[in-house]
Design a binder for this molecule. Structure first.
Ligand SMILES: *[C@@H]1O[C@H](CO)[C@@H](O)[C@H](O)[C@H]1NC(C)=O
Ligand SMILES: *[C@@H]1O[C@H](CO)[C@@H](O)[C@H](O)[C@H]1NC(C)=O
Ligand SMILES: *[C@@H]1O[C@H](CO)[C@@H](O)[C@H](O)[C@H]1NC(C)=O
Ligand SMILES: *[C@@H]1O[C@H](CO)[C@@H](O)[C@H](O)[C@H]1NC(C)=O
Length: 483
């Protein structure tokens, strides 16, 4: 009776654990410690015999009831590190006979069985261990070359879904996936750019479980500017740096700067560099910095530039566009105003302009005041108040792209008077012309008198009469002038 009961019990337990075992799926990251669970309610105070084996591969580790332990041939102690296998007996009391495998590799993936023998009875449970890792090929991707990031799960769980997370946001591969298998989805093939640098995590979902593995990708190449045709803005007469910075541990050979002739975008011909161009001098100290600079930008320096260098037998290039900003001044003598126009050699990225006024007080403290938005600014009259620095800021979608300054100076002909001063002007001119007129009249009168005298000589009697008349007329005219 007793015996039968025990047998029944054991069989039930076996069936229960047997039913459970198919569901035990364990994911472990390569190199980590995998814990394969095997639990059983304590049967008696004596620990059972424990046999951990890998299905079709033989015993991994076993422990007899006497306490003797055996390791499988491929699992025995190797070197000073000891065995990768452990089954900590501190957990036996709780009924846990978990197998711990440290430093797991892809080869460790597969079916494991845990057999517990309690005298004549035994239970057996199965654990499926899958090793997950992310691999990057080549390990150091070079800018512009192909790179593939693979989510490896060994053995592959058929029917699993794979998602990628790049730097904490979901990554959707741009490239077409040719094979429609699960494994194809686990590979991302892209042209290496800075955008692919960072922390790649693959998330594998399988039977309600989620496993993750991560790898860091660092694309080497020209990191600054990070894209071709990057726009660099500079004001006429200013100095500008054309950046060309390689990854910090690269020392490119045969670094070259060229100014590209305008025209064909795909096969540009190199032209002459501007006279004020000089390559970076710091590259003996920082071999990855191959930036160039223009000491004084001229209008004709605008256009496309290219820097290149050879890294691991591959020529890496970066093109950029120098956009020159200037202010055009147009003076209107009639209105006594000056129009300033903010001009750029390429306005495709410009969204707005803003004019600022820069003034300095007696202590030399600078203050900046925003005047208005828009490409053109009209200053009415050039007066002392308006002289100084006028600054045009130009904006793109991401904010300020650059600025260009214009100095307004006092000029003869337009100086010293505001438009409100013009009424004084007219008064002065009117007064002056009136005085001239009077002078002319007096002169004319004197001439007339002289002529008359010549004639009156012949008729002396008439002289006094005519003279009095003319004197009277003069008197009248004089009083009129006074009025
Ligand atoms: C990468 O991201 C995962 C989760 O997004 C995180 O657990 C892991 O620590 C990160 N690794 C590095 C090197 O930042
Ligand atoms: C200057 O302004 C006048 C009239 O406002 C215009 O006709 C002329 O084209 C302008 N010149 C320049 C160089 O902008
Ligand atoms: C110039 O500086 C002095 C002392 O620092 C200060 O008292 C004065 O107000 C300043 N003047 C102006 C115009 O800011
Ligand atoms: C104008 O540009 C120069 C250099 O390009 C910069 O140092 C300065 O801060 C800019 N001024 C403003 C007001 O943004």
């Amino acid at each position: 009776m007793m015996l039968l009961e025990c047998f029944m019990f054991g069989a039930i337990i076996f069936l229960m654990t047997g039913a459970q075992c198919e569901d035990i799926e364990i994911f472990a990251n390569e190199g980590s410690v995998a814990v394969l669970p095997c639990t059983h309610k304590p049967w008696s105070s004596f620990p059972p015999a424990i046999i951990w084996s890998k299905v079709n591969k033989g015993t991994v580790w076993r422990k007899e009831r006497s306490g003797l332990q055996y390791w499988g041939a491929s699992w025995s102690q190797k070197g000073s590190q000891g065995s990768r296998i452990q089954c900590p007996h501190s957990q036996y009391e709780k009924g846990a006979y978990n197998l711990e495998i440290s430093q797991v590799t892809e080869e460790d993936g597969g079916f494991y069985s845990c057999r517990l023998e309690f005298g004549a009875q035994f239970t057996e449970s199965l654990v499926y261990l899958r090793i997950i890792k992310v691999t990057v090929s080549p390990p150091v991707p070079i800018w512009g070359r192909d790179v593939s990031v693979t989510c490896n799960v060994s053995p592959w769980p058929h029917g699993a879904s794979v998602q990628w997370i790049l730097n904490n946001s979901p990554f959707v591969p741009q490239t077409e996936i040719f094979a429609n298998t699960d494994e194809a989805k686990s590979v991302v093939k892209e042209k290496a750019t800075a955008k692919l640098s960072g922390n790649w995590t693959c998330v594998v979902s399988f039977k309600g479980k989620e496993a993750r593995a991560s790898a860091t990708v660092s694309v080497k190449g020209i990191i600054q500017p990070s894209d071709d045709n990057t726009k660099v803005y500079a004001a006429v007469g200013s100095a500008v740096t054309l950046p060309c910075v390689f990854s910090n541990d690269l020392a490119p050979s045969s670094a070259v700067w060229e100014k590209l002739k305008p025209g064909s975008h795909f096969n540009p011909a190199p032209g002459r560099l501007p006279p004020s161009f000089s390559p970076s001098l710091s590259y003996s100290q920082y071999p990855w910095d191959r930036s160039g600079s223009l000491m004084e930008v001229r209008l004709e320096d605008e256009g496309r530039y290219r820097c290149s260098g050879i890294v691991e037998e591959q020529k890496l290039t970066r093109t950029m566009q120098l956009i020159v900003a200037r202010i055009d001044r147009n003076m209107s003598k009639k209105q006594g105003s000056v129009t300033l126009k903010c001009q750029l050699s390429d306005t495709s990225d410009i969204t707005d302009y803003e004019w600022l006024r820069v003034t300095y007080d007696l202590n030399g403290t600078k203050s900046v005041e925003s005047i208005q938005k828009g490409k053109t600014l009209t200053i009415s009259g050039v007066s002392e108040e308006n002289q100084g620095e006028w600054l045009c800021l130009f904006y793109g979608k991401e904010g300020i792209l650059g600025n260009v300054t214009h100095h307004v100076q006092l000029m003869s002909g337009l100086s010293g008077r505001k438009s409100s001063g013009s009424s004084h002007n007219t008064a002065a001119v009117v007064g002056l012309s009136f005085l001239l007129l009077v002078l002319l009249m007096i002169l004319a009168q004197m001439y007339k008198n002289h002529q008359r005298r010549k004639r009156i000589f012949q008729y002396p009697a008439l002289e006094t009469i005519v003279h009095t008349i003319s004197n009277e007329r003069e008197e009248r005219e004089r009083t009129r002038v006074k009025k």
